[in-house]
Design a protein. Sequence first.
Length: 255
Amino acid sequence: MASYNLRHSKLKKTAKTTGHLHTLATRNMADGEEELPISKLLNAIKETKEDLTKHIDKKTQVEEMEARVSANEDDIKDTYNRVDKMEKFTMQLKDKIDDLENRSRRSNLRILNIPEQAEAVGFLEKFIPQILGNDNFTSHITLERVHRVGKKSDRPRPLIAKFLNFRDKEKVLRLARSKGEMTYENKKISFFPDYSADLQRRRDEFRDVKQRLREKEIEYALMYPAQLRIRHQGSIKIFPTPAEAQRYLKDLPSE
């Protein structure tokens, strides 16, 4: 549309100039004056030609600018698409790395409030059956290694124990959950799975929902990696996000 208006304007100006020359020549002849010298007509034509050339050059510049803008828009769109693909690819890699990290931790247990300096493998291999009940262990449990995590403070740092046998680790975790509160040297001892920081954060996001479920006495379980399973009124529902679980609880009738 802009190109059309520009061309239309040029044509009008050219027609106006040509008409002006024609009018001058006609008027001079009607008044009995001598015709315009050929040099003046040529100069007028030359000026008109130069004016047209300038307008054509401007039109060319505008068209070139429009072409560059269009090319830049295409480049920007292509860049956005590439960035979007890279972001998705990066998220996929992040998820894979996090999954690999958690798989490498699957035989680990995180134990809280074990006193510092009491992290020898031999100590824990005896301590775990003692606190959970020796009768529950028909064979010796074997730990590959034990280490502390975090900075030293006035509280014992979490202790990570890697079991040689994955089934032993699952058994210890199950017994710890069923036993309830356990103490050692007047401190509460707790056993937890050892998850990556990102997965632990995702699981912690369900904390408020779990509190509401306990208040309503609704059975639930937080499944791996981070999904909430709710058993209520004979049906089982699984929620991948806390928001979906909250909406479900909100729609439940008041009891």
